[in-house]
Design a protein around this ligand. Structure first.
Ligand SMILES: N[C@@H](CCC(=O)N[C@@H](CS)C(=O)NCC(=O)O)C(=O)O
Length: 224
């Protein structure tokens, strides 16, 4: 059976939701971050980067969230969670998946782990990197918001729901509390300040597969 090494709200949430959406049997293996289990010798054998998630399928041990997503969608094409290879839709699918995994996600990581990106230890230097990263993130979230306005349907690929939507949901969730986006005054959360990303996040949250994962991972309010 497929095994997913996960920690609540970590990048593992994308393959976790994907597996639920696909209706595949899988086993969850909790990686206890509180005890630094992701840096243990046993875990480093699965992922030498010491990062979550990892997917195990028989002899296959796979890390990198986007690679896990592609493996699952490609090995189960009947689930219809990625466009067919060689199509224009697939080209846009690659573009957005790569953009999320190598542009948006690293910026989020830089924001949350700023100390890893500078040898400076004074609060002002760290705050300056955080502020700049947040500014860059604002432009990226706007790009996502603009895309959702013109995708031609409720999802990233228009009418076709895909793993891109799950990935975008994860990144949208991680950035939900950021200030400096469109003014969020009077809104339930900053997320609602985005005209297209906000409703998209609510559509995602309403999906039964997402609800199951939110409950299983014990995510606290506000979830988005
Ligand atoms: N590029 C990796 C990034 C994974 C990643 O950064 N995971 C985080 C949790 S969201 C993690 O394991 N952080 C622990 C650490 O950085 O020490 C992927 O997409 O799988």
């Amino acid at each position: 059976m497929l095994q997913l090494y996960y920690a609540p709200s970590n990048a593992s949430i994308t393959p976790h939701i994907l597996l639920e959406e696909m209706g595949l049997p899988f086993e969850l293996k909790l990686v206890d971050r509180g005890n630094n289990a992701h840096k243990s010798a046993d875990y480093l054998k699965l992922n030498p980067n010491g990062l979550i998630p990892v997917l195990v399928d028989g002899d296959l041990v796979l890390y990198e969230t986007a690679a896990i997503c592609l493996y699952l969608t490609d090995s189960h094409p009947q689930c219809g969670l990625a466009p067919a290879v060689g199509t224009v839709a697939r080209a846009h699918f690659y573009k957005w998946l790569m953009w999320m995994t190598n542009t948006l996600q690293p910026a989020v990581i830089m924001y949350f782990y700023t100390d890893r990106y500078t040898s400076a230890t004074d609060a002002a230097s760290v705050a300056a990197i955080k502020a700049k990263t947040q500014e860059r993130m604002g432009a990226m979230l706007k790009q996502l918001d603009d895309h959702l306005a013109h995708s031609g349907g409720p999802w990233m690929l228009g009418e076709q729901f895909s793993v891109l939507d799950i990935y975008a949901f994860m990144l949208g969730r991680w950035t939900r509390v950021w200030q400096g986006d469109p003014p969020a005054a009077q809104k339930a959360s900053n997320r609602d300040a985005w005209p297209h990303l906000g409703p998209f996040m609510h559509r995602m949250l309403a999906r039964p597969a997402v609800q199951r994962v939110v409950a299983r991972e014990g995510l606290q309010e506000p979830v988005i």
